[in-house]
Design a protein around this ligand. Structure first.
Ligand code: AMP
Length: 124
């Protein structure tokens, strides 16, 4: 069975305005803010406003308007951040093997330095 949505997760609290974020973008369906522990000079998180636990949940359950708004927003945010010309990486962790920490779907935008090639699995 799919994991139930936890309304006490940190991004739900950010969406309700209970804790602050360093916002970079907001519309009816999407919020984006700087990661509190940036891994690269630019590290922004993009989240849907709907209650989706993971990428799998979002891809299966979100409606067309939410999905379109989300990916249009990722494009706009990337352009507005000024990272498109030099390059950037988008990434979503889902589930235990990917070490997803916050159970509200989010997409990371990494940029601002040479990001290397892809990823290194643990132990590699
Ligand atoms: P993930 O491992 O993909 O679930 O990533 C969760 C991300 O959320 C990590 O990069 C954290 O640094 C980030 N994070 C956790 N709490 C906050 C917060 N209050 N504001 C901004 N980013 C956060």
């Amino acid at each position: 069975m799919a994991q139930p949505y936890d309304d006490n997760n940190i991004f739900a609290k950010i969406l309700r305005g209970e804790i602050p974020c360093n916002k970079v973008y907001e519309d009816d369906h999407v919020l984006a803010f700087h990661d509190i522990n940036p891994q690269t000079p630019t590290h922004v998180l993009v989240i849907p406003k709907g209650r989706y636990v993971s990428s799998d949940d979002f891809f299966n359950e979100a409606d067309e308007a939410e999905i379109a708004a989300f990916f249009r927003a990722v494009g706009k945010i990337s352009r507005d951040l000024g990272v498109v010309d030099r390059g950037y990486r988008i990434l979503a962790n889902a589930g235990a093997d990917a070490h997803q920490e916050v159970p509200h779907f989010h997409l990371h935008i990494f940029a601002g330095t040479d990001l290397g090639r892809m990823i290194k699995p643990a132990g590699a």
